[in-house]
Each structure stands twice: as structure tokens, then as C-alpha cells.
Design a protein around this ligand. Structure first.
Ligand code: B1M
Length: 210
């Protein structure tokens, strides 16, 4: 419908004032939060993800689009939790211990939210025990680990080990990413999946939830 297309277009254009305005008008007009999410915001971010993958959009534009999505999400988030809306799943996301890089991780988080996931962002320099604790607290089904340094990549294996060692978190899926990583490396440390970029991370998370 045109009203949802207008919202999706505002997201793609990164117009946070417009995305907020349209969302508020839709809410005031009685549209449900889940409909706004599924018909306007997610399709908008899907286009952003596809364009980013195809090198038709670059990191600053993606971040601006994600900001527009967040402006709309701020309005509908309380309604979603009130309605107990079925989000796609909960993901605990963080950069591993010893690593302070978070630009890629934040982009992944925003794209995951745009894809309908609830993201518990635990930040940077996160010790293994913290991931275990946050999974228990949130009942997340997926943990997302980011590392940008060759020296911190091996820490991912420790996190996977810590999650497997605890009966409450042993079945959680672990997806990994970051510039120095490869599929081979992800396989070698026992990760459930590897995504080379933020939009692939959304596809991977959907696969892991299936
Ligand atoms: Co740092 N740094 N840095 N740095 N830094 C790199 C990574 C480096 C390659 C630069 C270089 O030497 N050419 C190099 C690493 C070398 C190596 O390990 N072999 C490096 C170094 C050495 C360091 C320091 C050690 C420098 C020093 O102090 N001597 C130091 C380490 C600090 C620490 O972490 N303990 C350091 C510090 C910093 C800054 C603080 C200055 C800053 C970080 C700011 C911040 O993040 N808030 C910084 C930056 C900005 C970079 C570069 C320039 C850019 C990284 C970035 O943000 N890229 C980087 C060089 C480069 O990559 N060109 C570099 C953009 C971002 C969108 O991409 O993070 O790859 P990326 O994320 C992508 C994918 O990888 C993927 O999706 C994202 C979007 O497509 N992805 C995932 C990421 N996480 C994912 C998780 C997933 C799935 C996909 O699932 C969960």
C-alpha cells in the first residue's frame, strides 16, 4: 500500500524526520505496530541491505537509513512489547574481549533490528562469561560475535566453549563476523554460521532461527 511504500522510501532515503512523522500518523490512525514493522520498516531495510550488498549504498548511507528506522522503532517499540508481538527472535550481540571495534557490529545490530529481530547489544570488549549471562537473562536463541583483530579472533572460540559448557546455553547458535574472518575459520572454531557483511548477517540469522 502507498502509505507503507512512503515509509519504506523514507527509510531507504535515511529521512528520520519523515520516517518518524509517517509512523506517528500511522499509529494515530490505528495501524498496528506489527503491521508498520512488517509492511514498512522491514521492507525498507531489506532494500537497504540489498543495495549495500550490491555496492549501490555505502556504510554512511546505511547508518543514516538505520537511524531513520530507529526513529520509527522508538515510536512502535512500546506498542510491540505491550502487544507481545512475535518478533523473529532475540540475539545477543557483542564484540569479543580485547576488541574495541564496534562500527561493523552496530551496523549488523541495526540491520538485524530492521529484519525484525530483538537485539541485546552487550557492547565491546565483552568477556565470555558476560555472553553466557546475557543469553540466560534474555533467553536468546542466537549469539552474534564480532572481531576485527587477528589477535581477538581466537577469543570467539573461548566464547563458544563457555556457552557450550553451560547446560542453560549449550544449544544457543553462534554466528560470527568481522573483517579478518572467513567461513573456514568460523567452521574451525565450531561456529553455527559466518556472515561477511551486515545484510548477510540478517539472512544467516533467519536461517539459524528456522
Ligand atoms: Co582498528 N584496526 N585498531 N581501530 N581499525 C583495523 C581493524 C586494522 C585492519 C587497521 C589496519 O592496520 N589496516 C587493524 C587490525 C590488523 C589486524 O588485526 N591484523 C587495526 C588495529 C591494528 C587497531 C589497533 C590495534 C591500533 C593500535 O592501537 N595500534 C587498535 C585496537 C584497539 C582494540 O580493539 N583493542 C585499533 C583501534 C581502532 C579505533 C578505536 C581507532 C577505530 C575503531 C572505532 C570503533 O569501532 N568505534 C578503528 C578503526 C575504525 C579501524 C578500521 C580503520 C575500520 C574498521 C571499521 O569500522 N570498518 C580498520 C581498518 C579497515 O577495516 N579498513 C581497523 C567498517 C565496518 C563497517 O566494517 O567492522 O569489517 P567491519 O564490519 C563489517 C563486516 O566485517 C561484518 O559486517 C560489517 C558490515 O558489513 N561484520 C559482521 C562485522 N561484525 C560482524 C558480526 C556478524 C556478522 C558480520 O555476526 C555477528
Amino acid at each position: 500500500m502507498a502509505k507503507y511504500q512512503e515509509l519504506a522510501d523514507a527509510i531507504i532515503a535515511g529521512d528520520n524526520v519523515k520516517s518518524k512523522d509517517i509512523t506517528q500518523k500511522l499509529v494515530d490512525g490505528g495501524t498496528s505496530a506489527i503491521e508498520i514493522l512488517n509492511e514498512g520498516l522491514v521492507p525498507g531495510m531489506d532494500v537497504v541491505g540489498a543495495k549495500f550488498k550490491a555496492n549501490e549504498m555505502y556504510i554512511p548511507e546505511v547508518l543514516i537509513a538505520a537511524r531513520a528506522m530507529h526513529a520509527a522503532m522508538d515510536i512502535i517499540k512500546p506498542m510491540l512489547s505491550e502487544a507481545g508481538a512475535e518478533m523473529k527472535g532475540i540475539i545477543v550481540l557483542g564484540t569479543v574481549q580485547g576488541d574495541l571495534h564496534d562500527i561493523g557490529k552496530n551496523l549488523v545490530g541495526m540491520m538485524l533490528e530492521g529484519g525484525g529481530f530483538t537485539v541485546v547489544d552487550v557492547g565491546v570488549d565483552v568477556p565470555s562469561e558476560k555472553f553466557v549471562e546475557e543469553v540466560k537473562k534474555s533467553n536468546a536463541k542466537i549469539v552474534g560475535l564480532s572481531a576485527l583483530l587477528t589477535t581477538t579472533m581466537p577469543v570467539m572460540k573461548d566464547v563458544i566453549g563457555a556457552l557450550k559448557a553451560d547446560s542453560a546455553t549449550k544449544d544457543v547458535k553462534v554466528m560470527v563476523g568481522g573483517a579478518p574472518l572467513t567461513q573456514e575459520y568460523a567452521d574451525s572454531i565450531g561456529a553455527s554460521g559466518y556472515a561477511p557483511d551486515a545484510s548477510s548477517a540478517v539472512d544467516l540469522a533467519k536461517e539459524l532461527m528456522a
